[in-house]
Structures are given as C-alpha cells and as structure tokens.
Design a protein around this ligand. Structure first.
Ligand code: C2E
Ligand code: CA
Ligand code: CA
Length: 895
C-alpha cells in the first residue's frame, strides 16, 4: 500500500519533471556548478597539501643541511681538540726526554674529562709507558693496526679508528693515535687517546632531531664510522646506516627513501658535510614520518575545511536545484496557462496578451512588457507576434496616453480584474475605433484580452437614435427615459436642486381605443403629445412611457409650486377638447407628481411613487393632479387587495341582488323594480356597490359581474313567476364599460331565452355619460336593444355633461332624475323650477320621468304637483332581498 503510494508519487514526479525539458539547463546548472566548486575545493586543498609537504621537505632539507654543517663543525672542533692534546703530549714527551708521566699529570688534574677513556703512550714495542689508567690493565689489541701504521710511516698525522671494544673495559671506544719520534726521527712509539663514541654523539639534540633522528660519522674512504638513531641505536658498534649511503659530494642533502639504507627502514632526509681537516663526513638525518606527523594537524585542518566546504556546496547545490526545479515548474504552469489561453483565443477575433509588470526600486509599476500574445493581438498593433513580444508598452504610444493606460493597468494589478468598453483616442496605436478590454491579474503580470467592437458600436449608435424615440409621437421613449433619469438625478444631487416627475395617464383612453379602434387611439395619442409639448418649455422633457402613459421631467425645480403650476397647465389644456377627424373629443388626464429627493432617490422609486400619486388621482375622480404622499401607497394597496378579492368573489359567486320598487305617482301601483347588486363578503359582511363597482369597471371585471346580474335578475323573475307572483319588470344597471364593450343586446337575448322570459320584463338603465359620443355603434346597439322590446332608462340624469336636447337624438323610454335634484326640491325654489323644466321637456320627448331618492311625503307631493310620473326611494322601500318583496308585489297601492 505504502509502496504503491510512494511509487505513484515518484512516477508522477518523474513525468512532471520530464515536462520541464525546456528548463533543464537552468535546473542542471546548479548541480554542475556545485560539482565544479567541489572539484576546485579539493584540487586546491590537495595542491595545498602537496605544497605544504614540499615546504616541509624543503624545510627538512634545509634543516639537515644546516644541522650537518653544525655537526661537521662540532666534530672538527672535537677532533682538533684531541689532535692538539695529542700534539701537546707528543712534544712534552719528546722534550722531557721520555721522563714523562701521564699519571702525574692526571694527578695534577689534567685529562680528567670523562670523554677521555684513556690517554696513554706506547713505546716502540707497543708497550704502554705511561697512561691515565692503570698500565697493567691497559692491554689492547685493537690498537695493533694503528701501531704498525705509525711504526712504518714517518708522519705526524693523527690516526682515528672506528669504534672498537677495548678488551679490558668491554666498552666501545675510538682511538686517536699519533706517532712519537726519537731525536733522530726514528720510531719511538705512539700517543693514544681513546674516547667514548658518546662524546661524538652528544651533539644529538632531541629538539631539532626528534626521536628518530640520525647522526653518523663516516670516513671518506667508504668505511663506516659511528652512527646513532635517537635513543634506539647508540653511537658505537652497531651501524645504523649502510655502507652504500650515496655521499658523493663534499656536502649535500637528500631524501633517502631506500628502506635498506637504514637499519630501521625509515625514510629520512639526509644532510652531509665533509669535515674541514679530517677525512670524515658528518651526517645528520631527520625521519620523514616524524617530520610529517608534526604536519598532520595542518593537513587535517585542510581536509576538514575541504569537507565542510564540500558539504556546504552540496547543500547549496541541492537547495538551488530544488528551487530551480520549482521555479521551472511554476514557469511551466504559467506557460501552460498562457499557452492554453492563447490556443483558446487563437481562433477567435479577440486579441490576447500576457503583460509583465516592470517595477522600480520602490515596487511601483512603471511599465508593462508584452510577454506573449496571439497573432490577432499583435495584428491589432500592426505587428506580428514575434515583433510584439518583448516590447514595452511605453514605447507604443505617447507619454500622456501611456500614463492613462498605466493607471488603468496598475489598478487592475491591484484589484485583480478590470473590464470596460471604450472609444479609442487618436493616440492609441490600436487600429480600431471601439474596444472592449478585459484585464485579469495572472501571477506577476496581466492577462489582457481586447476585442474590436467598432462595428457593433456603430450599429448600436444608429440604433440608439431610433431606440430613444417613440415612433408614434416623436417624443422620447421609455428607453431614453431610463438612461436619462439616473443622470438627471445625479445632476440634481450635485447641484443640490430638486427634480420633479409628472406621471400623466389619460382618462378613458382605453375606451377610445376599444370602441373607436386603434387608428383613433393613435390619433388621440399624437394630439395629446403635441398638446403636452405646447404647454411645456422646450427644455422640459416629455416622454411617452407606453400606452397612454406620459412622463414630464422638470429639471431643475427651483420654486415650491412649480410642478403644481405645470400640472395645472396640463389639466387645463386637457379641458379643451381635442380635434381629430373633423370632430372634437374630450379626454381627461390624471397626473401624479413625485419629487427628488423628497419622494425617492432613484429612478425606480421616483417613477413608482409618481405612478401611485397618479393612481390616487384616478381613484378619487380623475382629471386632476396629486403629489405623492406615503399614505397614498397604503390606499392603493388596499385597493389592490380589493381587486384580488373581487376576482375571487366572482369565482365563488358572493353576490346577491336586492330590489327596489318604482311606483306610479298617480295610481300608486308598482311599475318596476331596480336590481341593485350586493357583495356578501364572508368576513366583512354586505359591501355596497359604490365600494366595488368602480374597481370592477376599471379592471374590466364589470363585464363578468354584469352578466351575473342579468342572469340572476332573469332567474329571479322566472322564480317569482313559478311561485305565482305577478310578472313585474326588473331594471338592471349597465355600466358604460359594459355598454362600450358591445354585444349587450346579444347577451340580453341569451339570458332572456335561457330563462324563457319575454323582453318587456327586463329594462336597462344607462347613465347619460355612457351614451355620449358620436359613435354610430352606440346608437345601433341602443336601437337593437330597444327593438327587442326592452325599455331603456337614462340613469342619474343631471349629473353628466349632456343636455336634454342631446337626449333627443336617442330613443329612450324613461328618464331617471338623479336624487340630488329630488333633494333640492324642498330646499330651494330653483330646485323646483329645474325639475319642472326637465319634466316638461321629457314629456315633450315622450319619456316617462322618474324621481330617484324620494324619502319624504313632502317630496312625493311636490313631485306629483310637478307631474313627475314615477318615484323610487326609501319612502316606498329600501332595496330589499327578493323574498322580502313578495308582499309589496301583491300590494295594489304602494303609496
Ligand atoms: P343608482 O343606479 O343610482 O341606484 C340607486 C341608488 O340609490 C342605490 O344605491 C339605492 O340604494 C339608492 N337609493 C334609493 N333610494 C334612495 C333614497 O331614498 N335615498 C338615498 N339616499 N338613496 C337611495 P346602491 O344600491 O348603493 O347603488 C349605488 C349605485 O351602484 C347605483 O346607483 C348604480 O349606479 C350602481 N349599481 C348598483 N347595482 C349595480 C349593478 O348591478 N350594475 C351596475 N353597473 N351598477 C350597479
Ligand atoms: Ca340605477
Ligand atoms: Ca340612479
């Protein structure tokens, strides 16, 4: 498990490492450098060691040279001393006429030095004559050679023997001998001075020669003298050196490595020097190993430093190789990113660039360099890829524009991202008019994409001219308004002024559109637009938001009541009829006003609040203006809720009809009953029609509701019939909206047939304003209904615009005079006069006159006097549910 994990990590590492081929030089340079340094270190160290060794050797050779010189001097002196003593003794002996006693001299304190083992005189027969030691004991055969030499050679030269062991003492000595002459120069004997070899080797100094140093005295004729190695081999009989020592010059030095030449087989630095006056060499040797060992410390130190250096360099090598590998990997990844990015963008029409930031010492970005780009990107600059890569941004444009760019690019480095669309200034080297650029930070640089959007922008500019204008009226449109308003708000904010929005909605526009067709509607809108413009200053912006909704933006608003004045001017203007198609038309306008900053600080809120204010105008009777107030919103909200529950109420059929009788003034008989709708709300109880009919009319729900009323009324009549009650006509109220929607006649026929009723049992009440207008459709509809045999009643007469003369044109059966006038009857004289006039004119038109809202007998009596035909009102009965009516229906006289 562990094994496989390790293997997979390893193989991943290897494959990743293989990807870095391009970076191998920068990776492998580090181990190479390290190895090179290590080689240098060791070469230098070895050279130093060799150098040191050489130094030691040359020092050693110098040392042995000087030591051998000193030793030679020492020996020379020693030999001379002995020479002189022997000479002295010779002359003393020759001049004292053989009357000479060494014993005596010794007693006197002469020749007491310990080195003189023996001082003796032998006669011509070789017998000791006098001696510093006991004569009889002193018999030595070792002297025989020298004795005969002197006997046969008339030479006063001193002879020196090799160390020999004297018979009597058993100790090694060296004999120094000199010939004694008689007066006639014949052989008289010889002087013998024997000394211990120690005397000659006392030159040995451990300080300078070490433990294994060598001293030797060698005769020039190749005989070996005496030699000593430290304390190991004493100076005497044992020869520490071989005969073959290559001493061929007067003086010299040499490293002798030949193991055979020294008894202990130690290589030595040898120095030799010929004695000045004696045929001997003084030889000094220093043990090589001994000398070298004293330098081992130094060598060790060299090696330790070299090893430390090696370890350090190895670490350095490992660390720098790892770091180089990592860097290479990061570069590889970055290259991967840019490569894929480029690949991905190569086919597109976007220019893609990788820029590296150039920073000054303080770290501030002072320039950018193109590290990479795609072909398209280079093309934007009129270059090819190779030409653009490596170029500094600063060199591509003038200083001013470069500074602008640098600011944007630096900011993008800070925030990580920047995007915009911009029109290229003349200084820009990019060959396009409009560009979209996206800058994204990537590592230590920026990834930039640039897209040429010139064509798109051109099309957009052309379109926006069209897009900002309402094609019908030539006014600004909603699109323009939505981009204009935020700027206007900003201006007002900056200048600390106010801004007013007048939201204008035409009253009854939908009617015109529905009943007179779209062409008429369009006409109307055009006339409205020019009328609006005529009452406004050219600087006030008039916008058609859509449909019959307009907005006037007043900017700036200085005086308190300026918006009110403008709104007044507009409403006044709408009180004048509009002309088109050779006819005049009256159309009202409801205006809602919102102010910045009082009623909102953004487009949406200001527009919404102006709309609410407009809506409140509609709800409270139309044709004027209102400023936005927060409580309006609450009202509109309840109204909206009402709408919602009205929809539901229709679905659930929460409506009933109440009936109010209409009675003939003269006969007191029931002539008809008005069906009045009631909403039985499950929570609020009975809701009167004034609270929901206007809403139903505005929302169009009245059409459904109207049909329900027709259905219910017909149903009721047939129910009464079923239970044997007399058939009395029922009048139903039809609102203007229902009337204008058309098809009323067909519906009436439908319900009459559905309940199998004759037409005369249904009457239709229409307010006078609903019948106004020149539309021939209305006339046709009315006569169609009437031709069925349905009676037509003019409801609420006196409250609208019409006059009796206008009624003339319409064939109406009954005129119901509004209860306002019934009320006036008993209050003022004029009331009676007005009523009288109406009654007589109506009678002239062959219409029956009904007085509404009769509450008192006084009113009833007056009405009778005024020849009013019928009455309706609380005096006779309030509107009541159908079941409560059965009593009244069977009653013969209701008055
Ligand atoms: P309207 O057509 O003028 O109906 C007569 C209104 O006067 C009724 O009010 C009635 O209750 C009231 N009234 C009758 N006699 C008197 C009186 O002596 N004194 C006073 N002060 N009032 C009297 P209601 O039922 O509240 O209806 C109000 C209006 O709602 C109606 O006025 C009519 O325009 C409308 N309406 C009622 N039902 C319908 C309907 O089914 N369809 C349509 N489109 N409108 C309806
Ligand atoms: Ca009515
Ligand atoms: Ca009425």
């Amino acid at each position: 498990m562990k094994q496989t994990k390790f293997t997979s990590v390893w193989s991943k590492w290897v494959t990743e490492f293989l990807l870095l081929k391009k970076s191998y030089p920068s990776i492998f340079i580090w181990p190479c450098i390290s190895i090179a340094i290590i080689i240098v270190i060791w070469t230098l160290t070895n050279a130093q060691i060799v150098q040191d060794k050489k130094q030691v050797q040359s020092d050693a050779l110098k040392d042995v040279a000087s030591l051998s010189r000193s030793y030679a001097q020492y020996l020379n002196r020693s030999f001379e001393q002995i020479d002189q003593i022997s000479m002295h003794v010779k002359y003393d002996w020759e001049n004292s006429n053989k009357n000479f006693s060494l014993e005596k001299l010794k007693k006197q304190g002469l020749f007491t030095a310990s080195q003189f083992a023996v001082l003796a005189i032998l006669n011509d027969l070789g017998e000791p004559v006098t001696s510093t030691t006991l004569i009889e004991k002193w018999q030595d055969t070792t002297l025989r050679g020298q004795f005969y030499f002197h006997k046969n050679n008339i030479s006063s030269e001193m002879q020196i023997s090799l160390p020999v062991v004297v018979n009597s003492s058993g100790k090694p000595v060296i004999h120094f001998t000199r010939r004694l002459d008689n007066l006639d120069d014949s052989f008289a004997g010889m002087v013998v001075i024997s000394i211990s070899p120690d005397y000659l080797s006392s030159f040995y100094d451990f300080q300078s020669l070490g433990l294994n140093g060598l001293l030797a005295v060698l005769s020039t004729d190749g005989r070996i003298g005496a030699s000593r190695i430290g304390n190991k081999i004493p100076f005497g009989l044992t020869q520490a050196v071989s005969q073959d020592l290559p001493l061929r010059t007067f003086e010299g030095t040499k490293l002798i490595s030949n193991e055979e030449l020294f008894i202990d087989h130690e290589p030595r630095f040898l120095g030799w020097q010929k004695l000045e006056s004696y045929p001997f060499y003084a030889v000094v040797g220093l043990s090589e190993s001994e000398l070298m060992s004293s330098h081992l410390d130094l060598l060790k130190r060299h090696r330790v430093s070299a090893i430390q250096g090696t370890i350090f360099i190895l670490l350095f090598g490992i660390i720098s190789t790892t770091m180089a590998t990592r860097l290479a990997w990061r570069k590889h990844e970055a290259r991967g990113v840019s490569d894929t990015y480029r690949l991905a963008t190569e086919g597109t029409d976007e220019g893609f660039y990788i820029l590296n930031a150039t920073r000054d010492i303080k770290g501030k970005i002072v320039d950018f360099q193109f590290a990479d780009c795609n072909a398209r990107g280079a093309n934007f600059f009129g270059l090819n890829r190779e030409e653009l890569i490596g170029v500094n941004m600063s060199s591509l444009q003038g200083e001013n524009y470069f500074n602008t760019l640098l600011e944007i690019y630096s900011k993008a480095m800070e925030t990580g991202f920047y995007e915009d669309e911009y029109k290229l200034p003349d200084e820009s080297p990019l060959n396009m008019l409009w560009a979209r650029r996206r800058l994204a930070r990537s590592g230590s640089g920026l990834a930039v994409t640039i897209q040429d959007i010139s064509a798109k922008k051109e099309a957009e500019e052309q379109l926006s001219a069209l897009a900002n204008q309402d094609s019908l009226t030539g006014l600004f449109n909603r699109n323009w308004f939505l981009s204009y308003l935020p700027n206007a708000i900003q201006r007002a904010k900056n200048d600390q002024t106010r801004l007013a929005l007048l939201f204008i909605d035409l009253d009854g526009f939908k009617n015109v559109n529905d009943t007179q067709g779209h062409a008429a509607g369009d006409h109307l809108l055009k006339s409205v637009a020019s009328r609006l413009q005529s009452v406004l200053r050219p600087t006030d912006n008039v916008v058609r938001l859509g449909g019959d909704e307009f907005v006037v933006a007043l900017e700036p608003v200085v005086g308190e009541n300026k918006p009110a004045k403008v709104a007044e001017r507009i409403t006044e203007a709408f009180q004048q009829p509009l002309w088109w198609g050779g006819q005049k038309h009256l159309i009202g306008a409801s205006i809602g006003i919102s102010l910045y900053p009082d009623d909102g600080e953004d487009t949406e809120t200001l527009l919404k609040n102006a709309d609410i204010a407009m809506y409140s105008v509609k709800a409270s009777g139309k044709g004027h203006y209102n400023f936005y107030k927060p409580e309006l919103y609450a009202k509109i909200k309840t109204r909206f809720e009402m709408e919602q529950s009205l929809v539901q109420a229709i679905e659930l059929d929460q409506f009933v009809l109440h009936y109010q009788p209409r009675v003939n003034v003269i006969s007191g008989k029931l002539t008809s009953m008005e069906a009045l709708i009631r909403w039985i709300h499950p929570k609020r109880g009975m809701i009167p029609p004034v609270e929901f009919i206007p809403i139903a009319e505005e929302t169009g729900l009245i059409l459904k509701l109207g049909e329900m009323v027709m259905d219910k009324a017909c149903q009721q009549i047939s129910d009464w019939k079923l239970i044997g009650l007399p058939s009395i006509p029922v009048s139903i109220n039809v609102s203007a909206k229902q009337f204008h929607a058309g098809g009323l006649q067909k519906k009436l026929v439908y319900f009459l047939e559905k309940h199998n009723l004759p037409a005369h049992l249904i009457e239709v009440e229409i307010t006078e304003s609903a019948m106004m207008g020149e539309d021939s459709n209305i006339m046709a509809e009315l006569s169609a209904i009437r031709s069925l045999g349905i009676q037509l009643l003019v409801d609420d007469f006196g409250t609208g615009y019409s006059s009796l003369s206008q009624l003339q044109r319409l064939d109406m059966d009954v005129l119901k005079i509004d209860r306002v006038f019934t009320n006036e009857l008993t209050r003022s004289k004029e009331g009676g006069i007005f009523f009288k006039a109406i009654v007589s004119m109506a009678h002239a038109l062959n219409m029956t006159v009904v007085a509404e809202g009769v509450e008192t007998t006084e009113q009833l009596n007056l009405l009778r006097d005024l020849s009013c035909d019928e009455v309706q009102g609380y005096l006779i009965s309030r509107p009541v549910p159908a079941e409560e009516l059965s009593g009244l229906m069977t009653q013969e006289f209701l008055i």
